[in-house]
Design a protein around this ligand. Structure first.
Ligand SMILES: N[C@@H](CCC(=O)N[C@@H](CS)C(=O)NCC(=O)O)C(=O)O
Length: 215
């Protein structure tokens, strides 16, 4: 049985939504960010970065959200959460998943945690402003890439759609959240209402975006 270390609303949303889609049994181990449980030595033995999430599969431990998601795709091909290996669609899947984790997610971290980079308020403010500018640019690139596709990578619902919905929820604090981009809004509007995504939110005790536009 899998063990997923998580905290509400964090990057653990994606692997937990995946596990719900897959229907695999898993134990969810909640970490309390307020008391810094993720920085405790026993957790850092699993994830030396002290970040959330981490997945344990028997003797195997894996961290980095996108890596966990790809691992679960490969372990559960029957869930069809990634296009078949060796196809252009799989290439597109790698492109957008990588883009979301190494470009968007990094800017989100700068926006939410400028104090992780700079100690003083002035430079934190400047970093936050820069991160928001970068995020807007990357949302535009992603939105154009999605174009008229039903889902991020084409006709198939994949982990990219789960990842996009997770990030869209994070973007609710920005001046221009991700749903201001029409293709992102269309895809996420269909992704967050899926029963597995809803179960994940219910289990994490979180809601969807309050300001989500009606149409
Ligand atoms: N690149 C890492 C980033 C993970 C990450 O930064 N997670 C955040 C939660 S979304 C975290 O652990 N935060 C700890 C904290 O706020 O102290 C991944 O994708 O797993």
């Amino acid at each position: 049985m899998y063990k997923l270390f998580w905290a509400p609303g964090t990057a653990a949303m994606a692997p937990q939504a995946m596990l719900e889609e897959i229907g695999a049994p898993y134990e969810a181990v909640r970490l309390d960010l307020a008391t810094k449980e993720h920085e405790r030595p026993d957790y850092k033995k699993l994830n030396p970065n002290g970040r959330i999430p981490t997945l344990v599969d028997g003797d195997f431990v894996i961290f980095e959200t996108a890596a966990i998601c790809q691992y679960l795709c490969d372990k559960h091909p029957e869930a069809n959460l990634a296009p078949p290996a060796g196809t252009p669609q799989r290439g597109r899947f790698y492109q957008w998943l990588t883009y979301m984790t190494n470009t968007l997610q990094v800017s989100f971290i700068d926006w939410f945690h400028p104090d992780w980079t700079f100690p003083d308020a002035d430079r934190q403010g400047a970093l936050k402003a820069k991160a928001e500018e970068k995020l807007k640019r990357t949302f535009g690139v992603l939105d154009a890439g999605i174009g008229a596709n039903r889902w991020v990578t084409g006709d198939q619902y994949t982990v990219c759609d789960i990842y996009l919905a997770m990030m869209t929820r994070w973007s609710r604090f920005l001046a221009e959240p991700m749903w201001h981009w029409p293709n992102i809004k269309r895809v996420v509007g269909a992704a967050y209402i899926r029963p597995a995504f809803q179960r994940m939110m219910q289990k994490q005790g979180i809601g969807w975006v309050e300001k989500w536009p009606a149409n």
